[in-house]
Design a protein around this ligand. Structure first.
Ligand SMILES: CC(=O)N[C@H]1[C@@H](OP(=O)(O)OP(=O)(O)OC[C@H]2O[C@@H](n3ccc(=O)[nH]c3=O)[C@H](O)[C@@H]2O)O[C@H](CO)[C@@H](O)[C@@H]1O
Ligand SMILES: C=C(OP(=O)(O)O)C(=O)O
Length: 424
């Protein structure tokens, strides 16, 4: 286990470069096995989820090589293997091997995925989609076994009960090689879905409408990667640094962003009083000033992302007056960070899954634990704001999705160290 040790209270300034999107990367790596030729991904973030997916690829004899920000994946000698347990549990996105193996081999055996502890995370919509394509899905001993009929999968119209990112991506991967047309209605519209569709279309898939709520897929025989694919910037990492800059920044320029992907987030933080200048692919956040309290309700893209409700919380704590409210409609139980923030002196509580926040003039460093990735990001910002030393246990959760975080924070002037936790 890792821990992050922060000596807070230092104003941060300078430049930070955002990495490739975790939630694209973790779909594109499994999707790579749909290609009959080697795949090159550029702009890949250095995060633990990538290491774990590479280990899963090697279980199928798929060789991968990650150097700087380029990941090469060679699926030419792939062998169809069950992925029942082990690394599967280390991340959520391992469930994309269900759709990818189904699209490539017409069958899959994949253990029930792990991922962040943010409340119930059912996968009924993924299964409904696979079944609509003609697959038989069984849930046995914590493993999902999926088999296509002898004649292969066929296209279908699938109406998702909610715009699930995972179900949309999984159904796309399973249906790109199915016979005929598949339509996904009430599809998720996140930018990462468009990234997946672009990647697959460049390999010969026919996917139209990604980024809208109706996606149409015409099945093709097989896919072949021909050109490298550059992953979109991570809008959640960018939002995390914007929040940090708004709380304790002394002028921070955030590079490699797509501003449009952050529209609802930027509207909210600007309404709070964070002053931002945008240029083509970077944002300059002016030194932290007086902030107004606000109310936030998360929703699917293009709404305010659930993955940013925790990273934005320190900004609300920094407001001068009033009561702030955060309601996470996607994951109402995503509240594990609250108790940890209270240990640091934050005036924050939860009532009926509604987070209530009051201005907190000073946080103090103490020992806290990152129950999941974005709780970790929230505590990291709180630790940078706090007086004294903050020790964040379970910092592995931060490393799951924050690219080169120690290096980036140090470049901004932070006193931060990630180390192995001592045995207790
Ligand atoms: C790897 C990845 O991309 N993870 C993201 C993805 O997770 P993930 O794809 O798992 O999240 P979904 O979009 O599927 O979930 C959205 C909502 O739908 C519900 N649901 C989902 C599927 C299903 O079959 N049944 C069901 O009830 C979930 O419980 C949740 O309330 O989107 C989430 C919501 O933006 C983000 O927090 C995660 O960072
Ligand atoms: C919930 C998240 O990740 P995952 O779906 O990979 O657990 C996240 O990135 O905030």
């Amino acid at each position: 286990m890792k821990q992050m040790i922060i000596h807070g209270g230092k104003p941060l300034q300078g430049d930070v470069w955002i990495g490739g999107a975790k939630n694209s990367t973790v779909a594109l790596i499994p999707a790579s096995i749909l290609s009959r030729t080697p795949v090159t991904l550029e702009g890949v973030p250095k995060i633990a989820d990538v290491d774990n997916l590479m280990d899963l690829l090697s279980e199928m004899d798929v060789v991968s090589d990650f150097h700087n920000t380029t990941l090469r994946i060679n699926p030419e000698h792939i062998k169809m293997s069950p992925l029942p347990s082990g690394k599967i549990k280390s991340l959520r996105a391992s469930y994309y091997f269900m759709g990818a193996l189904l699209g490539r081999f017409g069958k899959a055996v994949v253990g029930f995925p792990g991922g962040d502890d943010i409340g119930p995370r059912p996968i009924d919509q993924h299964i409904k989609g696979f079944e609509a394509l003609g697959a038989c899905v069984k849930n046995e001993n914590d493993q999902i076994k999926i088999t296509s009929p002898a004649e292969g999968l066929h296209g279908a119209t699938i109406h998702l009960a909610m715009p699930s990112v995972g179900a949309t991506m999984n159904i796309i991967m399973a249906s790109v090689t199915a016979k005929g047309q598949t339509i996904i209605d009430n599809a998720a519209k996140e930018p990462e879905i468009i990234d997946l569709a672009t990647f697959l279309n460049n390999m010969g898939a026919i996917i139209r409408g990604a980024g809208t709520d109706s996606i149409r897929i015409e099945g093709v025989k097989q896919l072949q990667a021909k050109t490298p694919h550059t992953i979109i910037p991570d809008r959640i990492e960018a939002g995390t640094y914007i929040s940090l800059a708004g709380c304790i920044g002394n002028g921070i320029c955030i590079h490699n962003i797509i501003e449009e992907h952050l529209d609802s987030y930027l509207a909210k933080v600007e309404e709070m009083g964070v002053v931002i200048d945008a240029t083509e692919d970077s944002l300059y956040v002016y030194p932290a000033g007086d902030l107004k309290m606000t109310q936030i309700r998360t929703s699917s893209y293009p709404g305010f992302a659930t993955d940013l409700q925790q990273p934005v919380t320190p900004l609300l704590l920094s407001a001068k007056s009033g009561e702030g409210v955060i309601i996470d409609q996607i994951y109402p139980k995503r509240i594990g960070h609250i108790e940890q923030l209270r240990k640091m002196g934050a005036d924050i509580k939860v009532e009926d899954n509604i987070i209530l926040i009051h201005p907190t003039a000073k946080l103090h460093g103490t020992k806290v634990s990152a129950g999941e990735i974005r709780a970790g990001a929230c505590l990291m910002i709180a630790g940078l704001m706090a007086d004294g030393e903050t020790v964040i246990d379970n910092a592995d959760n931060i490393l799951r999705g924050y690219d080169r975080v120690q290096e980036k924070l140090r470049l901004l002037g932070a006193d931060v160290k990630i180390q192995d936790a001592p045995n207790e």
